[in-house]
Design a protein around this ligand. Sequence first.
Ligand SMILES: [Zn+2]
Length: 482
Amino acid sequence: MSDGYETVIGLEIHAELSTESKIFCGCQNAFGAAPNTLCCPVCTGLPGALPVLNAQVVEYAVKMGLALGCHINTLSWMDRKHYFYPDLPKAYQISQNDRPLCETGQLQYLVGGQPRHLGITRIHIEEDAGKLLHDAATDTTLIDYNRCGVPLIEIVTEPDLRSADEAKAAMEEITRILLALGISDARMQEGSIRADVNVSVRPKGQAAYGVRNELKNINSFGAVHRAIVHEAARQRQILAKGGVIGQETRRWNDLEKTSVVLRTKEETHDYRFFPEPDLPPFEVPEKTIMALSAQIPELPATKTLRYQQAYALPPDDALLLAGRKPFADFFEAAVALRKAAPRQLANWLLGDVSKLLNEHRAELGDTRLTPDKLVTLVEAIDAGTISGTAGKQVLEHIISKDTSVETAIEMLGLKQVSDAETLNTLVNSVIRENPAAVADWRAGKKQAQGFLLGRCIKASGGRANPQVTASLLRQVLDDICE
Ligand SMILES: [Zn+2]
């Protein structure tokens, strides 16, 4: 929008961690169980129950901090954040306020294949609350406490984002990093990632930020994008009419594409934070940080840039491969076997292989396809042993069966015929059987040659090498006309 205003956006992203057990008790951390079956006195906040911090939660959060280049606080503690809501039986959430585990980092993400950077203010750990389910039939609200005590990290960013596109791309990259680290399922549809989005608008060139509005609990990338576009336009309209923007917390309704006020500045919560008395401060030793640091893999954005540069892949393809570890590993193993054709291998993986996986609802690792087999297949097509179309049939075969590419070509009878003698016989018989087309060609209708070539390929059951057949056909036609 070039109306003299600039949009300023910051994110608060909540991600559920995929630890075995919950953050302060031994209850299983799982999605989809029958309501209120994964609970105990600790996570349902019964009086006298004592929390114990899950070390795996700390490790996972430190990993995310290291991946985002944060400073890790070796001494940290939990705080109580007080508020009342039916899904929070203790009437306080155990979170971190004064001393988050991780501070001041940076996210590298890509927009259109170009790197951008987003400051990370902090990452802290906390417990999730339960879930309210409204039953329309009986007009009652039910509470499922299974999610109480599920470990979360909250990632707070600097207000560095300037468009809905940037915000969406940054959030997608954070999701890819969570998956690459193996610390979260990052399933938005199950609510395991949610974002609060802070949006303000200011005249271009003005250093001070405008009054910001917070949009709570948005749970899809698309909805984040739509909510920002809507909110930025709403604020611009107010400013254009000479109005004043109030500081508000709003709820985005993605179905109706509107937002409504939840709270105004006057109603801001005082959470009355204080250090959690039931949990002592905890240390993360330097040697643990070093050990975790060694486990951080190459991040998806870095990998994408490498694929763009080293293999000349288009940005979108590079991102699709780099963002899915099984695909990235498969691609790199295949490229190591056949350095000449990275683009071809990427096209097979993102095209026909992905299509077959979707059809069978399978993952790459569930199939019989190996990098070695895919490379052999591509080589067979390049060498003219089989046609590209036949290659797709061979792929369907080798993806589900434990056979070699050679055996599959043999079994399916797809070996391409390039032998001149066989093809000459074929061409001559097609010419004999189609005198009308030959007459057309003589009369100057050159498209008749394409028709005759099609007949030759068809007569060979799709196995005639098109290039060799075309040149033979041309020769025979020229001979006839002399
Ligand atoms: Zn529990």
